[in-house]
Design a protein around this ligand. Structure first.
Ligand SMILES: Cc1cc2nc3c(=O)[nH]c(=O)nc-3n(C[C@H](O)[C@H](O)[C@H](O)COP(=O)(O)OP(=O)(O)OC[C@H]3O[C@@H](n4cnc5c(N)ncnc54)[C@H](O)[C@@H]3O)c2cc1C
Length: 340
């Protein structure tokens, strides 16, 4: 096999065009072996889960890291990547912001190493709690987080991909076997779609509902985290996003007025003036819930390898760059083994 492939240009497919698939596809076009890369996806932005994301980098949910410690490195890589983009004109096009983020808990448990991933981590004072309407008996920390509306980020990634010579096919696959033999490596970035596509029983929908309100006076992030959910306030260029539910195994994509009322009530505790904010839009997204990200290779057939990169749950954006880098390394390893 190695002899047959010598001197040939590898052919790689990336299935999925979300916040996980697009950066992976772009990085593949820039990788050493310069493969011909084709994205195959049933849907593109603005019709995918990734469009529902805030999207921000959060580091304070202990259990996420305890379940999958690789996420510490991956989030660090995404944060570093955004740090380099931040002081460039591209930050304006992407509406990339670096904001003070306040995380609030009844009881705070920190996963080792996470505070070093971000700029400005600190616990806040009693006086700061008073100013921010945070009860004194809660623990609250603050750090600087990047946020970016996913739409412009995905549009920019797709544009980069096409500029680098990438090809795009809009199509639903019912099985990866459908494209066996057409590509040397198939990268699976189908998010929750992998539940059906590769019959992954560890994947589950984690329903998130959110709303966009008009409140241009809100300039910082608030996130109260508790068992089973969180309340969050994220300023963005087009409004302030209030969230959000975390409902496991709930497949409903309808906006639930009970959830809307809970979200609003939870956020009003911290910013009472949000009561005056006009609600612009509400939506639901089904996160690809999985205890651990599936990032590994699997043989599809004698000639084709699959590299999986899915199951990022509530952190698809935050993990995207780190996971893309490791996926590209795996693809290169398999292409090298096959003599490319
Ligand atoms: C309300 C809400 C807020 C969130 N906030 C954040 C946040 O602040 N930070 C953060 O990091 N994350 C956040 N998330 C999570 C984030 O949205 C997800 O982790 C992320 O979108 C997953 O991206 P993905 O590319 O894996 O999946 P998707 O965006 O679902 O993309 C999957 C792609 O695969 C394609 N596909 C699927 N099945 C097939 C098939 N059979 N054939 C062909 N194509 C297929 C789809 O069409 C699509 O192109 C949030 C989610 C929600 C709902």
């Amino acid at each position: 096999m190695a002899e047959v492939n010598k001197g040939k240009r590898p052919n790689v497919a990336v299935v999925g065009a979300g916040v996980v698939g697009l950066p992976t596809a772009v990085m593949l076009t820039e990788s050493k072996l310069q493969p011909q890369v084709t994205i195959i996806a049933e849907q593109f932005s603005p019709n995918i889960t990734s469009d529902a994301a805030v999207a921000a980098i959060r580091i304070t949910d202990y259990q996420t890291f305890a379940n999958d410690p690789r996420k510490v490195k991956w989030i660090g890589e995404t944060y570093q990547y955004l740090s380099k983009l931040f002081p460039t004109p591209l930050a304006a096009r992407l509406n990339l912001t670096l904001l003070s983020s306040y995380a609030i808990f009844d009881e705070y448990k920190e996963y080792p190493g996470v505070r070093d991933l971000v700029l400005g981590f600190r616990f806040i004072s009693a006086e700061e709690k008073r100013v921010l309407n945070i009860p004194q008996d809660k623990t609250a920390c603050s750090y600087l987080t990047f946020t970016v509306p996913c739409g412009p980020f995905l549009a920019w990634q797709l544009e980069q991909f096409k500029t680098n010579g990438g090809m795009v096919i809009q199509k639903k696959l019912n099985s990866l076997k459908e494209i066996d033999g057409e590509y040397d490596v198939i990268v699976n970035c189908t998010g929750l779609g992998s539940k059906e596509l590769v019959d992954d029983q560890e994947l589950y929908p984690n329903r998130g509902q959110a709303m966009l309100v008009k409140a241009p006076w809100v300039k910082y992030v608030i996130k109260e985290e508790f068992d089973g959910g969180s309340f969050s306030i994220y300023p963005r260029s087009e409004g302030v996003v209030l969230g959000g539910t975390k409902q496991i195994d709930n497949w409903s994509t309808d906006v639930d007025p009970v959830d809307s009322a809970n979200i609003l009530a939870g956020c009003l505790k911290y910013v009472p003036s949000l009561a005056q904010a006009e609600v612009l839009h509400e939506w639901v997204g089904l996160r690809p819930g999985r205890k651990q990200v599936r990032l590994e290779a699997e043989d599809l057939s004698e000639n084709t390898v699959i590299v999986h990169n899915y199951g990022h749950n509530n952190k698809g954006f935050a993990l995207s760059i780190g996971c893309a880098k490791d996926t590209v390394l795996l693809v290169e390893k398999h292409l090298n083994e096959r003599g490319f």
